[in-house]
Structure formats: structure tokens, C-alpha cells
Write a protein that binds this ligand. Structure first.
Ligand code: ATP
Ligand code: BTN
Length: 267
């Protein structure tokens, strides 16, 4: 059977300088993040992409399993920014902004960003980002941005029941399949142009756009980390990427993504 995505079609007339110039495709891998790291160790240049039709060991944040059946866009991109690790982690916002904006521009859907690493459509998760880095002291040797997008996926057929309320796909919301190559090409172009903005203009312009699409600001949220839970109103995301939370007793708390999960309780 033909692959669900043809890399040469993505690269045809691709208007990027770096992103996707080198692309490695496989029908099946464990995790594209692991594959991209192996490529980075072999000195693959910045912008190199590892993409797979399915992943057998796709992973999300907090060591969670990431379901990666055929029809999704599962890829990782290698970046080598001349930045400190605390700055490099902000690439998560850049990636989720790029996904949300591409979905908005191509399919006129109200894609929203959710702190720290999700893109939401119709109140359900359509995309997650997993950023991993190799550092030596304060120097980033490389970063791998892993992006998982539920594109042409029948959620009820492919995902376990406990995810039916939490996850969605572009096919489910649009009621039709989309051309993966068209979407991926536009996404790579968007990611590269935002990467330029980030390197030249800093995090502020990226964060401002990301916040404009954020679905949870002003809402009541619950932030949990292991057994610890905080409830409050999500006031802002600050220039460090931390969530600014007003707790029930009116104190203000800054929380960093780390091992945290965010649930929107009401707006
Ligand atoms: P996070 O903060 O890491 O995004 P979450 O708890 O906010 O997690 P939910 O939207 O509540 O996420 O639930 C989605 C759950 O389903 C997460 O645990 C996510 O890792 C998992 N999941 C696994 N595969 C997929 C997928 N392909 N699409 C969406 N969610 C998935
Ligand atoms: C999350 O929401 O927790 C992050 C999910 C990240 C999934 C992508 S799919 C491509 C890349 N390879 C992986 O194993 N994970 C990321």
C-alpha cells in the first residue's frame, strides 16, 4: 500500500531554507524523537525532519503513551539554536502556535493553544508537542521538537474509549480527510518563519500571538503535579513561559511546565 504521506511531495516547492530540506521517512519507528536524536548525534543539520507513518513507542509528556496510528502527522525536527536551555524550552510555544495558526489558515477552524504544549479544537486535544534537548552546562547542543497531530484519524475506531472525550482529529471536526502533504508543507513554512521571528525578535512576539489563541486565560483551572493540586484562575503566561495563577486565597503563583498538567474547569 502507498504511504499516507509522500515526502517528495512535501519537499516540492517547499519555501523554507532549513526546515524539511533533509527529511527521513519511515513506515514505522519507535519514536520519531528518538530517531531525530540519533540523527542529531550523527551531525544531521538544523532543520532535519524525522517523520513516520506510525510509531510503536510514541511518547508524550510525563512519560505517557502517545497513540500514533496511520493518518496522523508524527514528526520531529532538529534545531540548534544558540540559546540557553531556559530560552530553548520556549520553542514549545513556537511549535504549538505554528500548528494552531496553520490549522486556522488552511481550514478556518478555531484552533486554540493550551499551556504548556497542546493545541485544542472543539475543546479537545488535536496536537501535543514534546521538546527534548541535549545540553552541556548552559549550552544547547541540539533540541528535538516532536509534534504529534491527529489529522486523518477516526478517533472512536483508533483510540481507547478513555480518550474519546479528550482527543479529536482534523478529520473528525472537518468531516473529511485532508491532504497530509499540503498541511505539512504549510506547517514547516510557518514553523521556520516563526523560528526566525523568535531568533531575531525574541520570545515576546511569539508569546503575544500564542496568547491571542489561548483558550484558558481568564478561566478556572486545576494544575496538578503528582499528588499536589492547585486551583485558581489562569491570569497570564509570563515572558519566562510560566503560568501565572491566582489562587483561591488571592495569592499569585507562578508555575513552570515541568511535570505539570492543566485542566480547564470553567470560564
Ligand atoms: P498534557 O497536559 O500533557 O497535554 P492533559 O492531561 O492536558 O495532558 P488531556 O487532554 O486531559 O491531556 O488528555 C489527553 C491524554 O491523552 C493525555 O494524557 C495525552 O498524552 C493522551 N494521548 C495519547 N495519545 C494522544 C493523541 N494522539 N492525541 C491526543 N491525546 C493523546
Ligand atoms: C504530549 O502532548 O504529551 C506530547 C505529545 C508528543 C507526541 C509527538 S509524536 C512525534 C514525536 N515522537 C514522540 O514519541 N512524541 C512526539
Amino acid at each position: 500500500m502507498a504511504p499516507t504521506i509522500k515526502v517528495d511531495k512535501v519537499q516540492e516547492n517547499l519555501k523554507t531554507k532549513l526546515f524539511g530540506k533533509y527529511m527521513f521517512f519511515s513506515r514505522e519507528v519507535g519514536s520519531t524523537n528518538d530517531w531525530a536524536k540519533e540523527l542529531a548525534e550523527l551531525d544531521a543539520p538544523e532543520g532535519t525532519v524525522a517523520i513516520a507513518e506510525t510509531q510503536t513507542a510514541g511518547r508524550g509528556r510525563l512519560g505517557r503513551k502517545w497513540h500514533s496510528p496511520k493518518g496522523g502527522l508524527w514528526f520531529s525536527i532538529i534545531l540548534k539554536p544558540n540559546l540557553k536551555p531556559t530560552e530553548t524550552v520556549k520553542l514549545v510555544f513556537l511549535a504549538s502556535l505554528a500548528v494552531a495558526e496553520t490549522i486556522r489558515e488552511l481550514y478556518s477552524l478555531k484552533a486554540e493553544t493550551k499551556w504548556p504544549n497542546d493545541v485544542i479544537v472543539d475543546g479537545r486535544k488535536v496536537c501535543g508537542i514534546l521538546l527534548e534537548m541535549k545540553t552541556v552546562g548552559e549550552r544547547v547542543i541540539y533540541a528535538v521538537i516532536g509534534v504529534g497531530i491527529n489529522v486523518n484519524i477516526d478517533i472512536e475506531k483508533e483510540f481507547p474509549r478513555e480518550l474519546w472525550e479528550k482527543a479529536t482529529s482534523l478529520e473528525v471536526v472537518l468531516g473529511k480527510k485532508i491532504v497530509l502533504e499540503t498541511f505539512f508543507k504549510a506547517l514547516l513554512e510557518k514553523m521556520e518563519s516563526l523560528y526566525q521571528v523568535f531568533l531575531e525578535g525574541g520570545f515576546s512576539p511569539v508569546l503575544a500571538k500564542w496568547k491571542a489563541y489561548a483558550s484558558f486565560l481568564g478561566c478556572e483551572v486545576e494544575v496538578s503535579s503528582g499528588d499536589e493540586k492547585f486551583e485558581g484562575v489562569a491570569l497570564d503566561v509570563n515572558g519566562g513561559g510560566a503560568l501565572v495563577l491566582k489562587l483561591k486565597d488571592d495569592t499569585v503563583k507562578h508555575v513552570f511546565a515541568g511535570d505539570l498538567s492543566l485542566k480547564i474547569k470553567g470560564c
